[in-house]
Each structure stands twice: as structure tokens, then as C-alpha cells.
Design a binder for this molecule. Sequence first.
Ligand code: NCD
Length: 332
Amino acid sequence: MNAANPNESFANEAALQLDASGNLRHLLTLRGLEKALLTDILDDATGYLTESGELPARGRSLAGRTVANLFFEASTRTRASFDLAGHRLGADVLNLDVNTSSRKKGESILDTIYTLEAMQVDIMVVRDASAGVPAFIARHALPHVSILNAGESDVSHPTQGLLDVLTMRQHKGAIDNLTVAIVGDIRHSRVAMSASHALGTLGVGELRLISPPVLAPDPEQVPGATILDNLEEGLKNADVVMALRIQRERIGNLDGIPGIDEYFANYGVSHESMKFAKPDAIVMHPGPMNRGIEIEGSLADGPQSVITQQVTNGVAVRMAVLDRVGKTMAAR
Ligand code: NCD
């Protein structure tokens, strides 16, 4: 599905996202989207935040529209937040049960898409374990239909990247002065990839990617980032520390991957290792968390942690993206 040259495939994908007037039509990757657009989405998302205990923000911009969540890979928070985001903007939301869906019965992915289009679905939110699926669907979708990538293999997870930078911005202000450290299985992490795309465009001070050597990323995938295998060096004076899970489901051969105790001792984000970071550093994790493996449970629950706020921001960011593609559709 991907072109032989990965950069060519990326350029095509980036171009596919905007309509002729430069409005967001699909969200497939953050790579290549302009800083002004990212900032506008973050500003819109901020407008959808209310205080905890207050009623959540609502709108009517998707009234009459239909959103289908097509998750061909497991998800809890991303799927639930797209579901809530669609409902809170007035859309009809269809959640396809992947266990009984036609894809499992061998129907091609395009037949599923054409079936949903025949039911007048306007926006399809897609998560898939294979690289290239969201762009492939976008190339074949009807002209008014929008495709939103909700997690593509180890390639990208754009709404997660947006909610992560929104969380950093809320706590730390301008991104350009920040030192951001991401620790864990960088190699197999679409979360790390989308964070690096967004942070790169927003001009982050320094992005450090820390992992055991076997889980380090390909440097070409993360231009501008510093790749490290030493946690102390990586966390030194960091403003933001994000822990990631080891993506066992995406690793064919587990040889060379440290055992749990060894991993936590060398790469665990803990009270002990956070001493290297700035005293006011924030602690992030996209979830699902493995307490005692990549992150110490009491740190995840402590005052430096912004993990539940990431979840709250996830709904707001997805509302902002849904609203934006809805407006592009209405302007056609
Ligand atoms: C992540 C994902 O699925 O990419 N979770 C999420 O979307 N919040 C990270 C993970 O699976 O570890």
C-alpha cells in the first residue's frame, strides 16, 4: 500500500489531507501540517475544555452528520473519546464491532468503506495495525467523506500527538523553550512519532528519545531528535517526561528486550529517576499504563502527573478535529 519511497508516500499523504482551499479534509499524519493549522486546532480544543464538575462543552456543528468508528485494533480511550466527541457535537455515531465485522469474515476493507458510504456516513475514524490503511481509504473515499487516523501501526497517531502538545502547552506555555524527554519503546511507538512531528513543527527546544538500544528509533524517522540509551542523561533538566509502554504486540522477536525488573531499574520513570528532571517537570503517559514497568504507580497518581488531563484533552482535541473537517465538508 505504501509507495516504494517512504518520503514520496509521506508527501502524497500530506497533500491528501487538505482540500483545494487548504482546509483540513482528512487527518492522516501531523507530519507536513503547518504550524498555524496545528496552533488553530489546539486553540479550538482549548475552547472545548470546561472545569471538572461542570457540564462538558457541546456544539451542534456536526448535527445531521454521521461518524463511524472503525477500530480494527483494540482501543479504550481513543475510541471512547472519539465517540463522546462526535456525540457532543451533535453527530450520529456508529461504533463498529470489529469482532463481528465483515473484515473478519474476509470482506475487503474497501467493501466495508463503500457499505458505510452507502449508509451516508460522512466521517470515518480508523485504527488499524497495518501501515498505510488510513491513507489508502482516504484515496478511495467519496469526495465529501473525511478519514481520521486514530492509530496506524507504529507509524502515527495524530490526535494523540495533538493532545500531548496541548497538555504540554497548558502546563509549560510556549513549546519552543522546552526540553521534552520520551522514554520507552520508541521504535514501535506511533505516539512518539506523532509527538515528534508536532513538537518539530512547533519548534520544541529539545526532544530526547530514550530507550534500550534495541527499542531505539531509526534516526531518519525522527530528524532533529536526540536519541539516547541512558535515562539519567535523557531526563537531565527535562521539563516534560513522557513514559511509553513496550509494544509487545508489534515486536516479532523479543530477544534482547530487558526483563521487567531490569527494565524498570534502567528505564522506569520513577520518583528516583525524576530527580534528574526539573523539579517542576510534568509526567505524561498515553495509556494503557503498566505500573511498575515503565512508570512507578505512585508517580502516575502524584502531583507531577498530568495523565488524566491528557485523557480530558483527548476529547477536546477530537472535537476540534471533527468540527474542522465538518466545516470543510459544509463549505463544499
Ligand atoms: C496508545 C496507542 O494505542 O497507540 N494508546 C492510546 O492511543 N492512548 C499507546 C499504546 O498502545 O501503548
